[in-house]
Design a protein around this ligand. Structure first.
Ligand SMILES: Cc1ncc(COP(=O)(O)O)c(C=O)c1O
Length: 373
């Protein structure tokens, strides 16, 4: 990454910590912090400023749309990916001949929770390889879901290929892009997906509390979300409680008052990503990923991720005994990594360097007994 020193100056926490946890929470950019403070300042100084707050949220919607090559009216503002998938599921009408939801075993658990709890889908889980999709998606499938990148081991799925299979069987395609947005270039038109959701906390440089849902414009107006609210109406400020009149396009998936503080954080966070350029970030992270895989091999650590950088995102999952304990021990040494089940995940962003990774792996190797390497 060119001008890496300058970049790192803009993330003050990097002076204290080696932060390699973008699969969970990325480091905070100074502009994001300033935007959050700007919102707090508006509360303190002006009491209310609805127009200003709404503009910040609309700007974050516009920038997210730009980032994934969507139209602004194809984006809804929601509170989480769990909210996004739940709203999508309530908007579909399964019937006897078409009631199947095909989920991936590498989907984040909230996708399964939301789908099972609807009680109206015949839910099947399949291993994420294109061949299994070919065999399992049928004309009974109403919705197919796959993560763009696995939260567990960073495996990158062939979303375009899966979407083609789904569409051949007249199934809609939902993509959970929470682990890819901000680190991998996403073009929804190129992928052809129907829905794509991502929150701001991970590679998006923001905070939890806000997520975006893309709904392809050709289908949006045919959908009737049952998780809704006044912001999902064509005129929220009509204050008419006796009719439901959904907004046009994906905006019908907006629900209650926007999470204003997150709108402020998001508009700045996405601006930073767009300024650096997602294709540049993706290229750089692939280089770091290849280095991480090589260095883990050299240190004898067991990697649970694909062993080729082009088959994965930034996250490299390393098998360890007592992952949570190791996460804490590393944190005590100012190294921030994230545990999941039996792995510790090393997930750099564009502000990280090979030196960060070397230091983190050296410390990690000291904590992993030779017998389990
Ligand atoms: C891929 C993926 N999807 C969804 C979630 C959960 O998202 P939310 O808490 O916004 O529902 C996570 C959280 O780690 C994730 O990694």
């Amino acid at each position: 990454m060119e001008n890496i020193r300058e970049i790192r100056e803009q993330f003050p926490s990097l002076k204290k910590n080696i932060q390699l946890s973008s699969c969970s929470q990325s480091a905070i950019h100074i502009d994001v912090k300033n935007s959050v403070q700007d919102y707090m300042h508006s509360l303190e100084e002006r009491g209310t400023d609805w127009g200003y707050w709404m503009d910040a949220c609309e700007e974050s919607r516009r920038k997210f749309a730009e980032m994934i090559n969507a139209d602004v009216n194809e984006i809804a503002i929601v509170s989480s990916v769990s909210h996004a998938i739940s709203a999508v599921l309530t908007s579909l009408e399964p019937h006897a001949l078409k009631n199947e939801a095909i989920l991936s075993t590498s989907d984040f658990p909230c996708i399964g929770h939301a789908t099972l709890s609807q009680g109206k889908y015949d839910v099947k889980y399949i291993h994420p390889s294109t061949n299994t999709y070919e065999r399992n998606i049928t004309d009974k499938t109403l919705l197919t879901s796959a993560p763009h990148v696995s939260f567990y081991n960073g495996e990158r799925l062939d979303i375009k290929g899966i979407t083609e299979i789904a569409h051949r069987n007249d199934s809609l395609m939902f993509v959970d892009a929470y682990q890819s947005a901000g680190q991998i270039d996403i073009d929804v038109k190129e992928l052809g997906v129907d829905f794509l959701a991502a929150g701001m906390q991970k590679y998006m440089l923001g905070m939890p509390g806000i997520a975006f849902l893309y709904v392809r414009k050709e289908i949006a107006n045919h959908l009737v979300p049952r998780i809704t609210g006044w912001f999902g109406q064509s005129n929220p400020f009509a204050f008419n409680s006796q009719e439901v009149e959904y907004a046009e396009g994906a905006r019908r998936f907006d629900s209650g008052t926007f999470p204003m503080i997150n709108g402020f954080a998001s508009k700045s966070a996405i601006s930073v990503l767009l300024d650096v350029g997602i294709p540049n970030i993706e290229r750089y992270l692939r280089e770091l990923s290849a280095y991480t895989l090589d260095y883990c091999r050299e240190k004898g650590l067991e990697v649970a991720s694909p062993l080729q950088a082009e088959l994965k995102g930034s996250n490299t999952a390393i098998k360890v005994p007592n992952a949570n304990e190791i996460e804490q021990k590393l944190k005590d040494r100012q190294i921030i990594m994230s545990a999941r089940n039996d792995v510790i995940r090393i997930a750099p962003h564009f502000y990280n360097t090979k030196e960060d990774i070397t230091l983190a792996i050296d410390e990690l190797a000291k904590l992993v007994p030779i017998s389990s390497r």
